[in-house]
Design a protein around this ligand. Sequence first.
Ligand SMILES: Cc1cc2nc3c(=O)[nH]c(=O)nc-3n(C[C@H](O)[C@H](O)[C@H](O)COP(=O)(O)OP(=O)(O)OC[C@H]3O[C@@H](n4cnc5c(N)ncnc54)[C@H](O)[C@@H]3O)c2cc1C
Length: 397
Amino acid sequence: MSFDPPSSETRMLLQTVGAFVREELIPLERPFLRHDFNTLLPLIEEKRQLAKRLGLWLPQIPETYGGMGLSLYDHGLVSELLGRTPLGHYALNCQAPDAGNMEILIEYGTPEQKERFLMPLLAGDVRSCFSMTEPENAGSNPTWLSTTAARDGDDYVIDGHKWFTTAADGAAFAIVMAVTDPAASRYRRASMIIVPTDTPGFHIVENTSVMGERGQGWASHAEIRYDGCRVPQANRLGEEGAGFAIAQQRLGPGRIHHCMRWIGICERAFDLMCRQATLRELAPGRTLAEMGPVQNWVAESRAEIDAARLLVLQTARKIDAEGAYAARDDISLIKFHTAGVLQNVLDRAIQIHGAMGMTDETPLAFWYRHERAARIYDGPDEVHKWSVARRILSRYA
Ligand SMILES: Cc1cc2nc3c(=O)[nH]c(=O)nc-3n(C[C@H](O)[C@H](O)[C@H](O)COP(=O)(O)OP(=O)(O)OC[C@H]3O[C@@H](n4cnc5c(N)ncnc54)[C@H](O)[C@@H]3O)c2cc1C
């Protein structure tokens, strides 16, 4: 597959995004790494307003919904630049989990659901979360859920226990996966239901501590109890039993977003490692860059990042041209491959920084703590390898 160079319009956009990241967002890193998220919100909000004024808002969303209407490929290029700093995606309102929720609301939302839930999300006035994984059941089997939504008159009454609901703290609503028909076949058992977080019975138990950090606001992962949460059936997305199918659709483009964000993190880590290697002297006049192991890490990282980037962009092109289903093998390949490259590159960058790599002087330690999860969320490595290998091998059987 060949890559046409980005159009002149896209090149200009990338220049603007690159400058925005460098001049407006990277200076926010120090305060972001030292303070809690809510303290920093007014400053982050200023940057979001600036992004709007610069025409950089909602790059992933169709123009009819007020977005920039970029192809997945072009959004991937933008996402790569935004990934260079922890607040990049948030500043342009294309952050997980809201970006995925916007997509499914656009695709499956009724006019009333769009008016009440989608529009404030697109405007950046509220945040949302996606509540599927349960502590008691293996999340890697998404058809195995204990949370139920029982019909009662025109309502559903939801009972269940979820955790790792990213960004639930301060969110206006959750999209919850719950079993609506336990007797149905595995893939038709669950539905997605919108639950405003002020619904009686919605309780955040706590923000779960992740590698020692509980986080706050958008930068957190909550454990939640749904105790007799009553919402109208009109809050269901799509038809009853379509939850699994909608979740699959939510993950296709989302994996390009994540992978290109990870490539952005890799590029930043690579810059930091090379700069440190050339600046840090082991003895007067003798820098780290002269050491064989450091040279190996630089060469290996460059090759791994470039290869992963091409694989992800090729997949984005394929999804743009043929849809996510046609690209399902590629989507699995990029998910585990890029997550592995990210982990290797971050580890080498930290090693090159020595003790400083363990501090918050750079974003490396933050990413190392939080992006270890890249090999777990949106499908653990092993599940992607298992499913892609089975499909490949079946063609030989
Ligand atoms: C930072 C973070 C954010 C998250 N955000 C959200 C969110 O917003 N909303 C949400 O609903 N969930 C979220 N999750 C949950 C995530 O989707 C699950 O952790 C993931 O699906 C794996 O499920 P599990 O943790 O129950 O692991 P399990 O299913 O118990 O799997 C444990 C391990 O078993 C192995 N394994 C599993 N299946 C196979 C197989 N077929 N073959 C071989 N090995 C296998 C893998 O190594 C896997 O890591 C998040 C998780 C993290 C860490």
